[in-house]
Design a protein around this ligand. Structure first.
Ligand SMILES: [Zn+2]
Ligand SMILES: [Zn+2]
Length: 142
């Protein structure tokens, strides 16, 4: 079961399944995507302005598709390329460059192991409490 949401594009209420958009807007975006993809295919080297003007698609959408690896595009200026969200290095796909992705994953790893340690100690604490309660019950019962 999905949750009920308001579509951020058209405002209609819909059941969220996979995407954040209502089915009508997903379909519209899909059509837009194919238009952009075909335009880039037919006009390699077209400028970003050209693509956004002709297809009517916002630049940030095109950038998102680039990040998702759904379209490939490099023009002479190399302008429309996703950049690392952390250091700004141009990348081909995703949100982070290899260096920052590595740094982030090691950060996450150390956070996760710290979290595990924390959970473990609180679990032990709970066990200790329930043991004590159990013992208390037994004492009362006897
Ligand atoms: Zn919608
Ligand atoms: Zn980076």
């Amino acid at each position: 079961m999905g949750e009920l949401k308001n579509c951020p594009v058209c405002g209609k209420v819909f059941v969220k399944v996979v995407k954040n958009l209502c089915p009508a807007c997903i379909e519209a975006e899909e059509r837009e995507f194919m238009e952009v993809r075909d335009y880039i295919k037919d006009n390699p080297g077209a400028s970003v302005e050209e693509i956004t003007t002709i297809t009517g698609t916002e630049e940030k959408k095109i950038l998102r598709w680039l990040r998702e690896g759904r379209i490939e595009y490099t023009n002479s200026e190399g302008k429309l390329r996703p950049t690392c969200k952390s250091c700004g290095t141009p990348i081909n796909v995703g949100n982070l460059c290899a260096k920052c992705a590595k740094e982030l994953s090691s950060k996450i790893n150390s956070m996760t192991s710290a979290g595990q340690k924390y959970n473990k100690s609180s679990d032990e604490g709970r066990d200790e409490n329930s043991r004590r309660m159990y013992a208390a019950k037994r004492v009362r019962k006897d």
